[in-house]
Design a protein around this ligand. Structure first.
Ligand SMILES: *Cc1c(COP(=O)(O)O)cnc(C)c1O
Length: 426
């Protein structure tokens, strides 16, 4: 598409946008009575207006049925999480028994590492990104120590290419091959939270398996944001949180994927709980853990229904809009943002867009790197009714989300950004 730097053009794109009505399904935050340009959905997604209705249904059933609600509620609580399996399977390219909503992201990472990180003296290393999200670093560091290894030695961090900030697929594959004797686990983000780079999960998976390693992904910034085919790509396991692109509210229930090839493997070590126990016999409460087939066998506890109700409200919107449509609009929206930012850059080259320019290597986030003034720019954007995300000291992440952001917002953002940049001396 040929973009134009004009308000009329942005308006035209909005009018032609088949998803335009979905914005009305969400509460848009305001400042001084005006809608904020909310480009922060990668951090916390907006609230679906239907969330209240979904929650109220459960509150009502709780009030009227109390304990009976487990089996008699409109959506019986004992199986409530199953209502999320289809939409989650659609978003991740999985079959329904490969995905579940449970716990939170870091908890799920630990749980699945218990099963999938099985180091021995020879093969014990983990390959991950340098500068991965802190929680992932802590999870990996403490798992490695738990098994009696030295994190310094056991964790191989892939440092992004110096001038480009990115990790080329070939570099990742090279690192896997050159450590093939020792590597036990490849654990990367599907989309790097800082640079916004989307990795080639399929190629990494193939290279990891060739090296005899397990391949897992943290999809915090990938689910609801990029195309995923976890089953087809033969990913062993994956985990995610739901409050970013999945709009499930602060602290929303996380999720996990375990590939079908492990569905019946009861020999895998794991930490069990009653919600992972064979469903038909769960309430007999007998001794001896028998896991359910598939990822369900990793569930521990009965699920937080109120929180899952919000996730269901949001996932129903994803189902209705269709992920392919969302992705298509996302490419245009972010492409338009990039186009406009580059026009500012042509006049004031004071920042770099460190996210790949290739649309197949990113989702909707663009990360802007400033050598100076980042904090000042960030504060001024907030004053001007723009919500973006600051990664101190130098990076501002700008994320137009296709489900609820518009081309006109991208246009207005770029005008505000442009005037802030031009008013500062670099
Ligand atoms: C958001 C995010 C987290 C947050 O972890 P929680 O367990 O949900 O608090 C962890 N890892 C990555 C990569 C993230 O982007």
């Amino acid at each position: 598409m040929i973009f134009e730097n004009s308000s009329a053009f942005a308006l035209k794109l909005d009018q032609e946008d088949e998803l335009k009505d979905f914005r009305n399904r969400f509460f848009i935050p305001t400042k001084d009575g005006k809608a904020v340009i909310y480009f922060n959905g990668n951090s916390l997604g907006l609230q679906p207006k239907t969330a209240e209705k979904y929650i109220n249904q459960e509150l009502k059933d709780w009030a009227e049925l109390a304990g009976q609600g487990h089996f008699k509620a409109k959506n019986p609580w004992v199986s409530y999480h199953k209502l999320l399996q289809k939409p989650l399977a659609d978003l991740t390219g999985a079959s329904e028994n490969e995905v579940t909503a449970m716990n939170s992201l870091t908890t799920n990472l630990h749980l699945l590492m218990v099963s999938f990180y099985r180091p021995d003296k020879k093969k014990y290393k983990i390959i991950m990104e340098n500068g991965a999200f802190s929680s992932d670093q802590y999870a990996v560091e403490t798992q490695v120590k738990f098994h009696g290894f030295d994190p310094q030695e056991a964790i191989i961090e892939l440092a992004p290419n110096k001038d480009k900030n990115l990790l080329a697929t070939e570099e990742i594959i090279e690192a896997i091959e050159s450590n093939k004797e020792e590597v036990a686990l490849i654990l990367l983000g599907g989309v790097n939270f800082y640079t916004g780079q989307a990795f080639d999960l399929e190629k990494i998976s193939a290279a990891g398996h060739k090296a005899g390693a397990i391949v897992g992904f943290d999809l915090a910034h990938a689910i609801g944001n990029i195309k995923l085919e976890l089953h087809k790509w033969d990913i062993d396991f994956a985990v995610w949180c739901s409050y970013k692109y999945l709009n499930s509210g602060p602290g929303g229930v996380g999720g996990a994927f375990v590939h079908e090839k492990f569905a019946k493997d009861n020999s895998m070590p794991r930490f069990g709980g009653w919600w992972g126990y064979l469903e038909e016999e769960r309430f007999k409460m007998e001794k001896g853990f028998k896991p359910m087939e598939g990822v369900a066998g990793w569930q521990l506890s009965n699920v937080p229904i109120i929180s899952l109700a919000v996730q269901r409200a949001s996932l129903d919107i994803f189902e209705e809009a269709g992920m392919d449509n969302i992705l298509q609009k996302g490419k245009q929206l972010t492409g338009y943002l990039e186009f406009l930012l580059k026009q500012t850059q042509d006049v004031s080259p004071c920042f770099d867009i460190i996210t790949p320019s290739d649309p197949s290597q990113r989702g909707c986030q663009l990360s802007l790197y400033f050598k100076k003034n980042a904090e000042e720019i960030y504060q001024r954007l907030i004053e001007h009714g723009v919500s973006v995300d600051m990664r101190r000291p130098n990076v501002i992440r700008v994320t137009p989300v296709p489900l609820y952001n518009t081309f006109q917002e991208v246009f207005h953002f770029s005008k505000r950004f442009d005037s802030i940049i031009k008013s500062l001396s670099f």
